[in-house]
Design a protein around this ligand. Structure first.
Ligand SMILES: Cc1ncc(COP(=O)(O)O)c(C=O)c1O
Length: 387
C-alpha cells in the first residue's frame, strides 16, 4: 500500500457520530437561535441539572472549556503563590498550566505504567506542608486510583480536584468520578466522550458551596450583577453548546459501552494471537489495563510498544489513524524549566511518552474497520510491517 493511502479508519469519526443525532441537534440549535438567549440562561441551567443527574453528583456548573474548569476550580479553592499542587507528569498541558497561571507551583509525580495515572503512593510521597491540592487526572478514561485518599475527610488531606476531561462517566469502586474529590473538571472539546460543537467544559461534584463559588467566579465574581465579591473571569458556557450537549448527554452511556466493547474486542483478539506481553523480536506490545472495580470509558485506547514510531508509520500506510498522547511529559516542557526538573526524574512517564499510541476505539467503528485495525497490528507484530 502506498504511503499516501487514504484513511479509511480515522482515529475519530465525528461525522459518523453526528448521523445519529443530527436532526435533534439542529432543532436544539434552532430553538436557541429563535430565543436569542445565547449565553447561560435556561439551556445552561437545564444542562447543569441533567449533567449532575447523569454523573451522580449534587450539582454542575457549565463553563467555557475544560481548561477554564481547572482554572476556576483552583481559584475557588484559593490556590495561589506559595501553594503547591500535585499533578501527574503525564497529562494534557492544561492540568499543570492552570496551576502555574495562578502563580502556584505544579509538583509532578510519576505514573503507574499500567494505567498511565498518578498513584496514591506517588501523591502521598509528594505531600509537603505547602500542598494545597492534588489533581488526579483520569487519563484516557480510567479513574486514577488514589485509594484511601478518596475516603479521607476533607480536613485530613489537601483539596482533591479530579480532572475527568477524558473520563466523564468513569467509575471507581462503585463511586462515579466527580464524587471522589472536592470538585471534578471535565471538557466538552469535540473529541471528548461528550463533545460539543466548539469549546466547552464543566465542573461538577457534591460540594454545593464550592460549586456556588465557581458559579460566581465564572461571571467576574459578581453577585448580584455588577457587584464584584471576588476577582473572577468570563468562564461562561454558550447556550448553543448547552443545547447540543443536552441532545448528546442521553447517548453518552451507550457510546461509552460501545467504546468498552471495542476495547474488549481488540484485547481478546490480540491476546488470542499471542501478541501481548511477549517479547516479539524485542518489541513488546502492551495493552491498556482496566483495574478491577473500575469502569473505563475509553476516551482513548492506548497501546504501548518500544517500536511505536514504526508501528505508527505502518498503520498510516494501512489507512489507519493514530495519535500520540503525549509525545513528551510535562516536567520537561520548556515553560517549566525554571522548576528545575530533569529528564530522568519520572522514568515511567518519560518511557510512556516514547511508547504510547492511540488507535481508533470510537463507538461507530464498524466490524470491518476493527478487523482492518487488527489485521494491520498483527501484520506489524508478526513481521510484515518491519521489513
Ligand atoms: C486531561 C485533560 N485536562 C484538561 C483538558 C482541557 O480541556 P479543554 O481542551 O476543553 O480546555 C483536556 C483536553 O484536552 C484534557 O485532556
Amino acid at each position: 500500500m502506498s504511503a499516501s493511502a487514504p484513511q479509511h479508519t480515522p482515529i475519530l469519526d465525528l461525522a459518523a457520530q453526528l448521523a445519529g443525532y443530527r436532526d435533534e441537534a439542529l432543532a436544539a440549535i434552532t430553538r436557541v437561535v429563535d430565543s436569542q438567549q445565547l449565553i447561560l440562561g435556561p439551556e445552561v441551567d437545564a444542562l447543569e441539572a441533567e449533567l449532575a443527574a447523569a454523573v451522580g453528583a449534587r450539582g454542575a456548573v457549565g463553563l467555557s472549556s475544560g481548561t477554564d474548569a481547572l482554572l476556576v476550580a483552583l481559584m475557588a479553592l484559593d490556590v495561589g503563590p506559595g501553594d503547591e499542587v500535585i499533578v501527574p507528569a503525564m497529562s494534557f498541558f492544561a492540568t499543570a498550566g492552570a496551576v502555574s497561571r495562578l502563580g502556584a507551583t505544579p509538583v509532578f509525580v510519576d505514573i503507574d505504567p499500567r494505567t498511565f495515572n498518578m498513584t496514591e503512593e506517588g501523591a502521598r510521597a509528594a505531600l509537603t506542608p505547602r500542598t494545597k491540592a492534588i489533581i488526579p487526572v483520569h487519563l484516557f478514561g480510567q479513574t486514577a486510583d488514589l485509594g484511601a485518599l478518596y475516603e479521607e475527610p476533607r480536613a485530613a488531606r489537601p483539596a482533591l480536584i479530579e480532572d475527568a476531561a477524558q473520563a466523564i462517566g468513569s467509575v471507581w469502586r462503585g463511586r462515579p468520578s466527580g464524587t471522589l474529590g472536592d470538585v471534578c473538571c471535565t471538557s466538552f472539546f469535540p473529541s471528548k466522550n461528550l463533545g460539543c460543537f466548539g469549546d466547552g467544559g464543566a465542573v461538577y461534584g457534591d460540594d454545593v458551596a464550592l460549586l456556588d463559588k465557581i458559579r460566581v467566579l465564572r461571571m467576574h465574581g459578581s453577585k448580584p450583577k455588577y457587584h464584584h465579591l471576588l476577582v473572577g473571569g468570563n468562564f461562561r458556557l454558550d447556550a448553543l453548546q448547552a443545547a447540543v450537549l443536552r441532545v448528546k448527554l442521553p447517548l453518552l452511556e451507550g457510546w461509552a459501552a460501545a467504546r468498552r466493547a471495542n476495547a474488549a474486542w481488540y484485547v481478546e483478539r490480540l491476546q488470542a494471537r499471542g501478541l501481548v506481553g511477549q517479547d516479539l523480536r524485542g518489541e513488546r506490545l502492551t495493552l491498556p489495563l482496566t483495574l478491577p472495580h473500575h469502569t473505563h470509558v475509553f476516551n482513548q485506547f492506548v497501546l504501548r510498544t518500544p517500536a511505536r514510531d514504526a508501528l505508527k508509520a505502518h498503520l498510516e500506510r494501512a489507512g489507519i489513524g493514530t495519535m500520540i498522547y503525549y509525545p513528551s511529559p510535562l516536567h520537561t516542557q520548556p515553560c517549566f524549566a525554571p522548576l528545575g526538573y530533569r529528564e530522568g526524574d519520572f522514568p515511567e512517564a518519560e518511557r510512556a511518552c516514547r511508547e504510547v499510541l492511540a488507535i481508533p476505539v470510537y463507538p461507530e467503528l464498524t466490524e470491518a474497520q476493527r478487523e482492518g485495525v487488527l489485521a494491520a497490528l498483527c501484520g506489524f507484530f508478526e513481521g510484515e510491517g518491519r521489513a
